[in-house]
Design a protein around this ligand. Structure first.
Ligand code: FES
Length: 117
């Protein structure tokens, strides 16, 4: 499927997440401190909580993360993998393209074998 425009780049504040719908699926879109934009499945794999309501953090060597406010699991923005319990299943990762001021998200999750190790 073709990537969908989800918002303007200027709509994204640094180190905050925005919940959007991509192909009807809730996705958390994040611009980190370096200006890189990421898109993860918005629903925490530990409970029915919107990750976009959580906290963007610099995870050091783990890279930028998105922390679920409910019980504190931190998900890698690069891989969708939880770096801390209680969540142990990854959330899907979606490809992001920035064209001018438009942020586009591909509705097909990135296959696990194409994610960073
Ligand atoms: S609901 Fe997200 S860590 Fe529990």
């Amino acid at each position: 499927m073709a990537a969908e425009r989800v918002c303007a780049l200027d709509d994204l504040e640094q180190d905050t997440a925005v919940r959007v719908l991509v192909g009807g699926v809730p996705v958390a879109v994040v611009k980190d401190a370096n200006g890189d934009v990421f898109a993860l499945g918005d629903t925490c794999t530990h409970g029915d909580i919107s990750l976009a309501e959580g906290f963007v953090e610099d995870g050091g060597t783990d890279g930028p993360t998105l922390e679920c406010w409910a019980h504190g699991s931190r998900f890698s923005l690069r891989t969708g993998r939880p770096l801390t319990l209680p969540a142990y299943q990854p959330v899907p990762v979606f490809r992001v393209t920035v064209e001018g001021d438009d942020v586009l998200v591909d509705p097909t999750p990135v296959p696990a074998d194409q994610l960073p190790a």
